[in-house]
Design a protein around this ligand. Structure first.
Ligand SMILES: Cc1cc2nc3c(=O)[nH]c(=O)nc-3n(C[C@H](O)[C@H](O)[C@H](O)COP(=O)(O)O)c2cc1C
Length: 702
């Protein structure tokens, strides 16, 4: 028996009938993670069952905020938390998050859009009921992204419908529908009991129907038509957007989201100034490594003018008899859509603020970030190839990709469940390095990863630095298998194999991120070596910027040790691009290279100490902080430090002064972040010494 993704996600291996097997083969995702092993051992089955349980999201329900008519006929149901709930890398900013769902009301029908995480199922269905019968008994429920955890909320909304309500049409893409179909089969490992129970009433009558939407399809709600566009990405192959053509509101699920739950209301009051950093952090973590797919999706979002022209035409085509009775007025409404220049009047994401005041600025930023990401692809690109049944290896891949992307090297995430060997061959051709990750399932590697390994080894460019990673439950053979096959073939690892038991913790993700940075730096080193050789070949370096470098190099700064802390992890870096920035409140700026491990500690609200080093006694500190350190290694080495009782960051004992700071915001400056921080406390450790200063000859290095 071949073990399918559905079976690998299940706990109990068993023989299945021919029909079930062929159904499984028809599904892309189901086909995806075959392990090639005949069966798992019975003893592993119980462990595997526990593995499934360990993937449940923790935490109690949050109360719903219900906002009626938040945007011309669209209402919102928002679950806000200020706590960090989940482990994924994009929650690193630790400012909570929101889970958003929406109800769009037309004159003849209503569409619910999205559903929150399962832990909000009960509160969600109640909130839909509070909006009114029009929402509770809606005609459509659009699932822009189907995730097993969201199906409980969908089930609760269906179960709560009035006894006489006609079946709701659950709208999703083909991959989303496959997941729902599996959830509806009682004997399927992915079965969702609540959904099965809700789907039909006690007499066996359907209360919901699945409907796969096509790219560009429109659904008329009466006075407003909702137009769907498919937006598949490696991380979310089932993603789609929907646009309300009357109001130009765009519902985007994972795009334009942010994990922030600390704002006052539910909208983006304060715009980019208030939320720019949160949107950017989310983008950097999740979308930057998929920029190759993100760019075309953004450019395909239709602009207003086109929409206006064909929305009138299509509404005419799809008008029902009932609508025709009311035609004149409704046609006017559609044609006279209020003037609006740009891509969307408002953006309704799955997480974070509803974007009403800065929709077009955010869209522009997304395009800029994507273009920047793509332009860096010209120099070098690193592929992060993985498969993941439950998302654990996927979360590691995401963190590695972030570590790569923040160095300015292009990261390309590649889910090999969805790829053919020739896709992998092409990917390898355009990549200067790679990381390969897999979970251990049934004591071995999933088949798509075995196939990818074959294609990688066939590529045979042994200069490409690499790395292996993966999540496991108990025996964890997969990572060793990858590592051994790559080493045997002659590839060199840029980082130690990364193994993680079940869900990655914050520390594991930090380690993955730093390993990604190491991988990118190894790639950079090779690129630089090649460039030097090329320059030599054409007769030496061209004369150019040396004067600028020499002049800029005369700017001096105090030599400092920046020490910081996130959860239980301490980090530090040597800094000389430091300056006082304000008297009142006292504030400083520190420029931090984007590729520094410490960079992700210095987000808004992050704490750090600026240890101002003492002239004549700085050498040991400089040596300790410049020493290369392995990901996860104690950053201070032999350095003599105390831990501050106020902010938990290290105080370097030999320093002249320690300035305790809190990050206010950061500004992007080329290959650095300029971090602005307010001073919360200052301690003079030595009143006689003078500040160590870093003199340089060139502005092109520190
Ligand atoms: C059917 C099944 C078989 C598994 N077999 C193994 C195994 O042989 N050895 C092991 O270490 N873990 C095993 N696991 C645990 C997974 O490796 C673990 O849940 C891991 O976190 C999955 O990573 P992913 O989320 O990237 O898919 C198994 C899990 C399941 C569901």
């Amino acid at each position: 028996m071949v073990m399918s993704l559905a079976a690998t996600r299940a706990s109990v291996p068993r023989t299945r009938g021919r029909e079930e097997r062929s159904n499984a083969r028809r599904s892309t995702r189901t086909r995806a993670l075959e392990t090639g092993r005949q069966e798992t051992k019975a003893a592993d089955a119980a462990r595997a069952r526990r593995a499934l349980d360990s993937n449940r999201d923790e935490g109690a329900e949050d109360a719903a905020t219900i906002a009626r008519d938040v945007w011309d006929g669209a209402s919102a149901i928002v679950f806000k938390t200020t706590k960090r709930r989940t482990f994924e890398v994009e929650y690193g900013a630790r400012r909570g998050t929101t889970e958003n769902a929406y109800a769009v009301r037309g004159t003849i029908a209503t569409m619910l859009v999205d559903a929150p995480d399962g832990r909000h199922a009960k509160n969600y269905s109640q909130a839909v009921g509070v909006l009114g019968g029009w929402a509770r008994d809606c005609a459509y429920h659009a699932m822009l992204h189907v995730n097993p955890r969201r199906l409980d909320a969908l089930a609760a909304a269906i179960a709560n419908r009035g006894p006489e309500a006609p079946p709701v049409e659950v709208l999703c893409t083909n991959p989303g529908a496959q997941l729902i179909q599996q959830a509806l089969k009682p004997d399927n490992p992915l079965a969702n009991e609540a959904l099965i129970k809700a789907w039909k009433n006690q007499k066996g009558k359907l209360r919901a129907r699945l409907r796969v939407v096509r790219n560009g399809e429109r659904i008329d709600l009466g006075g407003r038509s909702m137009r769907f566009s498919l937006a598949p990405t490696p991380r979310w192959p089932d993603l789609m957007f929907v646009r309300d053509e009357k109001t130009q509101a765009l519902f985007t699920s994972k795009f334009f989201s942010a994990h922030i739950g600390t704002m006052e209301g539910i909208k983006d009051e304060g715009g980019l100034e208030a939320f720019g950093e949160d949107w950017r952090f989310y983008y950097d973590c999740l979308l930057a490594p998929m920029s190759r797919q993100v760019g075309p999706l953004l450019s395909r979002l239709p602009v207003k003018e086109e929409d206006k022209a064909d929305s009138a035409a299509i509404t005419k085509d799809t008008r029902t008899f009932f609508q025709r009775l009311l035609s004149v007025k409704r046609r006017d409404v559609v044609v006279e859509t209020k003037p609006f220049e740009g891509v969307a009047a408002a953006i309704f994401p799955a997480h974070g603020p509803i974007v009403t005041s800065s929709a077009n600025e955010l869209f522009r930023e997304y395009n800029e970030w994507t273009a920047k990401q793509e332009s860096s692809a010209g120099s070098a690109s690193v592929a992060i190839i993985y498969a993941s049944a439950y998302g654990n290896t996927g979360a590691m891949a995401q963190a590695i990709a972030r570590g790569v992307a923040k160095t300015g090297v292009h990261a390309e995430m590649f889910n090999c469940e969805l790829a053919s060997p020739s896709d992998i061959e092409q990917l390898m051709e355009r990549s200067a390095g790679f990381a390969l990750g897999a979970p251990t399932l049934g004591g071995t590697l999933p088949t798509p990863v075995q196939t990818a390994l074959g294609a990688i080894i066939k590529d045979g460019d042994l200069e490409k630095p690499c790395g292996a990673f993966g999540s496991f439950g108990w025996s964890g053979e997969a990572v060793d298998m990858i590592d051994k096959r790559l080493t045997d073939a002659g590839f060199k690892s840029a980082f130690e194999p990364l193994r993680c038991k079940f869900k990655p913790t914050t520390e594991t993700l930090q380690l993955c991120e730093e390993s990604g940075t190491d991988l990118a730096q190894a790639v950079r080193k090779i690129e630089r070596r090649k460039q030097v050789l090329e320059r030599k070949a054409i007769g030496g370096a061209a004369a150019g910027n040396n004067d600028v470098a020499a002049a800029v190099g005369r700017i001096v700064g105090s030599l400092c040790a920046v020490t910081t802390k996130k959860d239980d992890t301490q980090s530090a870096m040597l800094a000389s691009w430091v300056s006082q920035a304000s008297f009142n409140p006292p504030a400083v700026t520190v420029a931090v290279a984007k590729e520094r491990a410490v960079e992700s500690f210095l987000m808004s609200g992050g704490k750090f100490n600026l240890n101002v080093l003492k002239s004549g006694e700085e050498k040991d500190v400089v040596k300790a902080l410049l020493k290369p350190f392995a990901p996860g290694e104690n950053r201070f080495g032999d350095l003599d430090v105390d831990i501050s009782e106020t902010n938990g960051c290290a105080v370097v004992k030999s320093a002249l002064a320690c300035v305790e700071c809190s990050v206010v915001k950061r500004m992007e400056a080329g290959d650095h972040w300029v971090v602005l921080a307010e001073v919360e406390r200052g301690v003079l450790l030595d009143s006689d010494g003078i500040t160590a200063i870093h003199h340089r000859k060139s502005g092109s290095s520190y």
